[in-house]
Design a protein around this ligand. Structure first.
Ligand code: FUL
Length: 622
């Protein structure tokens, strides 16, 4: 009798797994059966669903990053780990001001850089003395993590921690087993002593270079620590819950699949499979049928768009007038949240330990804009579920005779992401006119089109991986943003001539970042200012798009009056984070210098290659 039951159950299971899956769902991960056709794969992909933690996370939409630490006080983007903790001394630190400002601006979660690459910890860790405990702030008795967590609880915000695996201070970094223990100790403290943590952010950056320390991270053990201590948290970037969108500019992909063939970097097989598929975080296409055809497995691995409200991630007073404009932030919102991603917007507290007035003001403007735009939904029956097959349409009546320009579409992603292509038409005086088209929808898609006054909209789902299931729609009017708060330019003087190696490089001083000079080898960049000038600093602009070979990472800088005898001004410095965020690199000297010539001498290219490239070079004058 027992045997018969088992046999029957096995048979039922077998039958279930042979049918490709109308009722079978796969949580977070699936492996395609060998020989599956692309149609079968698409059907399975349509039934891949988020874990409950991922689903909750995707619903947050707006999350905030706070980059704060020793760099705030050294005016750097990456510290090198030798900083004196005595430098950490915010005069008015007020975590409640951070939480209140962010809550009022509509954010749902806050992630703090508990430890950045410099290794300085914002909580009194027992793993190292390199922390707030060794600083004068609150006589070494302060704990930024605790203060912020309490403020988040008070204002009803979720809380996450950024803990940099790369640590330039820890002596044991590079001694893999030792450092992994050290790191797990820090992680355990953060995940044990501060109540609920909702996101753990492991950055992928490491600037060690070819001769640097080689640390092999024990991702499995890190993962197990999170699972054990904070099972409801998502593990981001170097994790398998949340995927880095691939740039730090704030813009997602128009076609954004949460179900993707990209294998998360923490798995040992990641490099070999991703290389074979030609996939990287930055790839345009991570989940189309073309990708599915070649893939052997699929992950629910939704995208997070991280970007700073200022050029840098940390606070620099020189950037007080470079806070992104409202128009820029609105675009970022539409092209992150509106492109099936969670936005992680960085607002770096300043040396006082406060969110700066300019940033707070801009956040307020953004919140008001979003609120105003989405306060009135001109579409009828927005919560009606719309289901159907490829080729089916549904109509949404417009309740008022006013211009509209934005359509909201949301799939019920608890059942997977399915829609591959759609068209939007408007009925204007009884005549249907096509006004937009799109590809993926996912958790949320905001479709922008020119203003129309129409009786109704018609959405046709042209292609879908399985029956579509749209859970929410909406029709809005987003007013144009007048660009009145520009992103403050810095006074830059363009040199008279520039040589790279021994060749003229006019492209590097033509004022156009779109043209660049390339040279083989690590070639010095020689700048002639035409006459002796007072110079406050310089700006190196790397190539941001296309062939980025030759981007300088580490450099020396010299000055000269005659172009022959050189004096060193900056020794062995780096353009921190230039690989992920290839923006103009402004470097200010400690005090202004007088010079006619400058020489930028590359020591290391960002990928260790033997090339040099310069899109622009300028000097900062008083
Ligand atoms: C990068 C880091 O190197 C930056 O400093 C910053 O923390 C950013 C969010 O991630 O990879």
């Amino acid at each position: 009798m027992k045997h018969t039951c088992i046999a029957a159950a096995t048979l039922a299971l077998l039958l279930m797994s042979c049918q490709t899956s109308k009722n079978q769902y796969y949580e977070k991960h699936l492996v395609f059966p060998e020989g599956a056709t692309v149609e079968q794969k698409a059907e399975m992909a349509a039934h891949l669903t988020p874990s409950p933690q991922q689903l909750e996370w995707q619903k947050l939409e707006l999350t905030a990053f706070l980059h704060f630490g020793i760099n705030t006080f050294t005016n750097r983007e990456w510290g090198d780990g030798t900083e004196d903790p005595a430098l950490f001394n915010p005069t008015e630190l007020d975590a409640e001001q951070w939480a209140r400002t962010l809550k009022e601006a509509g954010f749902k979660m806050v992630i703090l850089t508990a430890k950045h690459h410099d290794g300085f910890c914002l909580w009194p860790t027992e793993a190292t003395r390199h922390s707030v405990a060794a600083s004068p702030w609150k006589d070494g008795k302060g704990d930024v993590v605790k203060e912020l967590k309490e403020a988040c609880d008070k204002y009803g915000l979720k809380f996450g921690v950024y803990l940099s695996p790369w640590d330039r201070n820890a002596d044991c970094y590079g001694d893999s087993p030792e450092y992994n223990k050290f790191f797990i100790k820090q992680l355990t403290e953060l995940l044990t002593n501060y109540g609920e943590i909702h996101e753990v952010w492991f950055d992928g950056a490491c600037g060690e270079g070819p001769n640097g320390k080689k640390q092999v991270y024990d991702w499995e053990a890190f993962y197990a620590t999170i699972q054990k201590l904070q099972p409801n948290a998502v593990m981001a970037i170097m994790g398998d819950d949340v995927r880095w969108v691939g740039n730090e500019k704030g813009f997602g992909r128009e076609t954004e699949w949460s179900a993707t063939a990209l294998v998360p970097g923490i798995y040992l097989r990641a490099d070999s499979i991703n290389n074979a598929l030609g996939l990287r975080n930055k790839s345009e296409d991570l989940g189309s049928r073309e990708v599915l055809a070649r893939a052997t497995e699929l992950f629910w691995y939704p995208s997070e768009v991280d970007v700073s409200i200022r050029p840098g991630w940390f606070y620099h007073s020189a950037e007080d007038n470079q806070v992104k404009s409202l128009a820029h932030l609105v675009d970022i919102y539409f092209e992150s949240v509106g492109y099936n991603s969670v936005l992680l917007l960085n607002i770096p507290p300043d040396t006082r330990g406060l969110i700066h007035e300019n940033d707070a003001q801009r956040l307020k403007e953004l919140a008001q804009y979003i609120e105003r735009t989405f306060a009135t939904d001109y579409g009828e029956n927005s919560n009606q579920t719309r289901t159907g097959k490829a080729g089916d349409s549904f109509e949404i009546a417009i309740t008022e005779n006013v211009p509209v320009n934005t359509l909201l579409l949301q799939e019920n992603i608890a059942k997977g992401q399915r829609v591959e292509a759609f068209t939007v038409e408007a009925s204007i005086n009884g005549i249907w006119e096509k006004i937009a088209e799109g590809t993926t929808i996912g958790y949320k898609r905001l479709v922008r089109f020119n203003d129309v006054v129409a009786e109704k909209l018609r959405v046709t789902i042209d292609q879908t991986r399985a029956d579509f299931d749209i859970s929410h729609t909406g029709i809005f009017y987003a007013s144009p943003v007048i660009e009145e708060n520009g992103e403050g330019d810095v006074a830059i003087f363009m040199p008279q001539s520039c040589m790279i190696g021994n060749q003229n490089a006019p492209e590097a001083i033509d004022g156009k970042a779109s043209t660049a000079a390339y040279r083989n080898g690590l070639a010095p960049v020689l700048i002639d200012l035409g006459e002796k000038k007072t110079v406050k600093g310089f700006c190196y602009t790397p190539v941001a798009e296309g062939n980025t070979d030759g981007t300088i990472f580490r450099y020396n800088l010299y000055r000269s009056d005659d172009g022959k005898n050189w004096e060193n001004v900056i020794h062995n410095a780096e353009f921190s984070n230039i690989k992920n965020n290839p923006i103009p690199q402004f470097v200010s000297f400690e005090k202004p210098i007088e010079t006619k010539y400058l020489k930028l001498e590359p020591i290391e290219e960002m990928n260790g290659k033997s090339h040099t490239s310069v899109a622009e070079f300028g000097v900062m004058i008083p």
